[in-house]
Design a protein around this ligand. Sequence first.
Ligand SMILES: [Zn+2]
Length: 202
Amino acid sequence: MHQELKDSLFKKYPSLYTNEISIGCGNGWYNLINVLSELIVDRSTKVEAIQVKEKFGELRFYYKNTSSDYIEGIVRMAGLLSGVICEECGDLGTTANAKGAMRTRCQKHKSFLEKKIVEEPVELPFEISGIGKSWLAMVTNFYLHVNANRHMYTDLEFGEVTKEFGHLTIEIGGGDDVTDAMIRMMLAYAAVVDEETGELIR
Ligand SMILES: [Zn+2]
């Protein structure tokens, strides 16, 4: 990530970035880290980031001074979202193999990847209507994660996913403080990007 973007994070969230920690990922995840940082600092100015990096195509955000379910949920969802956000430019991306390592890239930056990105449509067992491709990818990634880790999300149920007054809305049953925070993070990020392309809009 460019130094000026890192400096912008350090300057905006001094309680979270008490040191100029290592941020080892591409510029495309700057907005994701910005939204993540804002939600954390809004809740607590005691949390401190230790290290931020890319691993297996996903954002890893290490922090200390809290065991809050809320912070855990925000950070966990940021990791899931990064799996559909191009690390280079921030547009809608897919995680794929790149010379032995997993990377998340958009169609424009996919030449980096060994295999052509194939968009397999995922059958979702709940109603989705009127949302763009980028928002759909975020919801789909969340659903796939929940489904693959049912022991962590025993009673979480997905209801209807729609767009209301320009905002992504998702009906959820069950869950806990972690999943409430995860959804909050997803909606906060969805609110600042184009629902179709994933580009930053505000
Ligand atoms: Zn890209």
